[in-house]
Write a protein that binds this ligand. Structure first.
Ligand code: CP3
Length: 338
């Protein structure tokens, strides 16, 4: 079945279609031959300065896997460069912030100082693939703060939480600057033509419930109030099941659910009414097409209770995932009628 046209995708986000939209977090990554081919010639920073390559790479999973929406090829850490932090990518490690600033030292994001082509990449995508939906994104405030503080991925936020107890006021100043920046980046992407914005708060699920209230919900609340005035919004946190009650008070269109949490129970804990995204286990999708399909059917059955549903993984596609496993999952979702 062919992917959804842009107007159908937007209607599906409002729950006005019988078909369920499907895309995968990190769908343009290392598991995809088209990505590896381009990466053999260019590094991530080079790709993200080249609007045509960004657009074509964003489109590759729509063409090769059959997902209903593209996600702009970029990285959550790249805008930190325009905030006075030098970012570098190291193979098999990930992004490294070379100059780790003191919290008060980072500047608010400024588009004129951004050397990457985020908005031009989106405009190029819109021009080349006008009928195809595209999702924009930014990191969440504590997730971006963790890269500034730790200088690299701090998955369990141990270094970031240490800072929280050593210099709470400094962390609040940093989060405020980052939150303003996330809003600017999201507005710029919306003006360039994205159909929705996902906030990747990849590591916020490592906070305790009290920490989440003070250092995450406090910032996400005004952020999503603003976002919902100009775009569709999706909130992703790994291990979101741990903090669903905190998330329930946000004005967000969709909440992404982790694979450890039952969809219908998550919907109830969020107080109902909100859209749900999720939640096939990435490891299952990488390991067994047969089991991925069995789990996909269970998730689709659970989603019947939810008004607005987007099928996705619980977290990103793992590097070793056979592309055909994902194609089978997409076909299964597409053949399901609510
Ligand atoms: O769907 C896509 O793949 C689109 C592009 C995209 C990238 N990063 C490019 C990238 C997206 C959506 C991201 C988001 C991102 N980046 C997140 C949020 C999603 C998540 O997994 O929680 C995070 C935490 C980052 C930071 C980051 N970038 C890490 C931790 C790493 C290393 C681990 C990994 O996933 O490879 C990166 C590197 C990165 N960003 C790659 C790509 C394609 C891999 C680079 C390579 O080829 O080696």
């Amino acid at each position: 079945m062919i992917p959804m046209a842009r107007n159908v995708f937007l209607a599906a986000l409002e729950g006005r279609t019988e078909r369920i939209p499907v895309w995968f977090m990190r769908q343009a990554g290392r598991y995809l031959p088209a990505y590896r081919e381009i990466r053999s010639r260019k590094n991530i920073q080079e790709i993200c300065k080249d609007p045509k390559t960004m657009a074509d790479l964003s489109y590759a999973p729509v063409r090769d896997i059959g997902v209903d929406a593209a996600i702009i090829f970029y990285d959550i850490t790249l805008p930190l460069q325009a905030m006075d932090c030098d970012v570098e990518f190291v193979d098999s490690v990930g992004p490294i912030v070379k100059t780790v600033r003191k919290p008060g030292e980072i500047k608010k994001y400024s588009k004129s100082e951004d050397k990457y082509a985020l908005t031009d990449g989106i405009r190029e995508f819109r021009k080349s693939y006008p009928g195809v939906p595209i999702i924009g994104f930014a990191g969440g405030p504590i997730t971006l703060a963790s890269y500034v503080i730790a200088g690299r991925t701090d998955r369990d936020l141990l270094l970031t939480r240490k800072k929280l107890y050593e210099d709470s006021a400094g962390l609040h100043r940093l989060l405020e600057t980052l939150n303003d920046s996330i809003l600017s980046i999201s507005k710029a992407q919306t003006n360039a033509g994205v159909d929705a914005i996902q906030i990747f708060d990849s590591w916020s699920g490592s906070l305790s419930s009290h920490e989440f209230e003070d250092y995450t919900r406090e910032y996400l609340k005004p952020l999503f109030d603003e976002l919902s005035s100009f775009t569709k919004s999706i909130y992703f946190a790994s291990n979101s099941g741990r903090v669903l009650e905190n998330i329930a008070t946000l004005d967000v269109d969709f909440v992404s659910i982790d694979p450890h949490t039952n969809l219908t129970k998550a919907y109830d804990r969020l107080g109902g009414g909100v859209g749900i995204q999720g939640n096939l286990d990435s490891f299952t999708a990488a390991s067994s097409a047969k089991d991925a399909l069995l789990q996909t059917r269970k998730i689709l059955a659970e989603s019947k209770k939810v008004d607005r549903f987007i099928f996705n993984l619980g977290h990103g596609v793992l590097p070793g995932t056979p592309p055909e496993n994902l194609t089978k999952v997409v076909n299964e979702v597409h053949s399901f009628v609510r």
